[in-house]
Design a protein around this ligand. Structure first.
Ligand SMILES: [Zn+2]
Length: 127
């Protein structure tokens, strides 16, 4: 199962990449569109600065391309292969999926990006 201490925990739940004790985001709900990218500056628990350098999260755009492809392929396989719809419906489902999951894709990308550069540190948990 997914538990604190695993990179996947921080990626899926947007938890601080170093201590996994709190969310990096001001609003945990990604569908609060005006706050989708609003992040705390520091972790209140371990004081990790999330934006390690200016424009750090621009790099997550590279990740979001891959995440978007993964969602698109999944949407196409579900509609075209599993449900047996036409190719046109398959492509419409790709566009729909990307629109509906846009906030989740953006947050997943940021979470993956920051977890490439930071890793879980058990000693920070008890502080
Ligand atoms: Zn932390």
């Amino acid at each position: 199962m997914i538990r604190k201490g695993m990179k996947l925990y921080s990626i899926l739940f947007g938890a601080c990449p170093k201590c996994h004790q709190e969310s990096m985001y001001v609003n945990k709900n990604p569908y609060a569109i005006s706050e989708v990218l609003k992040m705390h500056d520091h972790c209140s628990h371990c004081k990790t600065k999330y934006q390690m350098e200016p424009s750090f999260f621009y790099g997550s755009m590279y990740v979001s391309y891959g995440v978007g492809i993964a969602f698109s392929v999944a949407a196409f396989i579900i509609s075209y292969v599993i449900l047996g719809f036409s190719e046109t419906v398959g492509f419409i489902s790709i566009v729909g999926t990307l629109l509906v999951f846009f906030p989740i894709i953006m947050r997943l990308s940021r979470n993956i990006w920051i977890n490439i550069f930071m890793k879980y540190d058990k000693s920070l948990v008890k502080k």
